[in-house]
Design a binder for this molecule. Structure first.
Ligand SMILES: Nc1nc2c(c(=O)[nH]1)N[C@@H](CN(C=O)c1ccc(C(=O)N[C@@H](CCC(=O)O)C(=O)O)cc1)CN2
Length: 299
């Protein structure tokens, strides 16, 4: 497909889409409260003082307040033993005011993440990381109770931007448990033809350049060049990489896995970083919690 020389991709504004979703959730919450006198409750658990995790957790707690959820804040010290964290998860599993449990990742090195995530009740696994939920995602004809937030956000961005997924060629770059793997399974469920490219793939460019939909989740700043993108493709950039920028007060700025400036001249749709997928991660967490609460409240 030949593009006009002044072609510019449609920028998918994640902030605006997330805000629309948050308003939809807020209005459902106020209906729930009016009808049953009960609001959804989300337990937000953080271990240690990682700056990035603290900032994500504070976004999540603020978002809860904004839509009318009760957030149950659990802050544990870096050195908390794994058994103590698991005991806390069991306590939250048993609490009827808690409809969703989120344990912020990554956890400190001495804690085995899988041991903790497996202990979250699947009915409250609003992050969708429980092996049973992921297993159902991988099975044809089975639906997990919850989908992982970032992958679900990628699909939501495509759908709300009018991008057709069914029958399209999708290439996912990266195979992490949080994004690459689950988003490839979700795209399959949406009837795309899916290829996963990863660090051991020879010549990723030759595969990416055939994609109608690219989901970039490799964690490598600007690795995907404009010349790798098929004209008119939809590009969802999940990368959040800090690069040095002495012109900024912070000394850095965030960039995606895609060279945005170049890709804009070729793609049909593209998400910016920041302001693309990130805000959807939080919006999808709220949506999962609302769905979990609706299964329980009023029954
Ligand atoms: N338990 C979980 N842990 C982690 C998850 C997750 O889904 N569940 N995902 C990531 C981090 N994350 C949420 O936890 C997250 C990442 C980024 C954003 C976001 O809105 N980013 C902004 C930029 C923010 C900035 O300026 O620093 C954007 O892209 O516009 C929200 C949530 C790992 N851990």
């Amino acid at each position: 497909m030949a593009l006009p020389v002044d072609h510019k991709a449609n920028i998918i504004d994640g902030k605006v889409i997330a805000q629309t979703i948050r308003s939809e959730i807020a209005s459902e919450v106020s209906n729930l409260v009016e009808k049953y006198g009960k609001a959804p409750g989300l337990a937000v658990v953080i271990v240690g003082n990682r700056k990035d995790s603290q900032s994500y957790v504070s976004m999540k707690r603020k978002a809860c307040a904004e839509v009318g959820f009760k957030s149950i804040d659990i802050d544990l010290p870096e050195e908390v033993p794994e058994a103590e964290l698991i005991a806390k998860v069991h306590e939250l599993n048993a609490d009827p005011n808690v409809h969703g449990i989120l344990v912020q990742l990554p956890l400190p090195k001495h804690i085995n993440e899988e041991n903790v995530l497996t202990e979250i009740s699947i009915e409250k696994d609003v992050d969708g990381f429980h092996p049973l939920n992921i297993g159902k995602l991988a099975m044809k004809g089975r639906d997990p109770l919850f989908l992982p937030c970032t992958p679900k956000g990628c699909i939501e961005l495509l759908k709300r931007s009018g991008v057709t997924i069914k029958g399209k060629r999708a290439v996912v770059v990266g195979r992490s448990n949080i994004v690459g793997l689950p988003v490839s399974l979700l795209l399959l469920k949406e009837d795309a033809t899916v290829t996963v490219v990863h660090s051991r793939t020879a010549d990723p460019q030759s595969i990416i350049c055939e994609a109608d939909i690219v989901i970039a989740a490799a964690g490598q700043a600007m690795m995907i060049k404009g010349s790798w993108i098929k004209p008119g493709a939809a590009v969802i950039d999940v990368g959040t990489n800090a690069v040095d920028d002495p012109s900024r007060k912070s000394g850095y700025r965030l960039v995606g896995d895609v060279d945005f400036g170049e890709a804009c001249k070729v793609a049909g749709w593209i998400t910016p970083v920041p302001g693309g997928v990130g805000p959807l991660t939080v919006a999808m967490l709220l949506k999962n919690t609302l769905d979990g609460a609706k299964r329980v409240i009023g029954q």
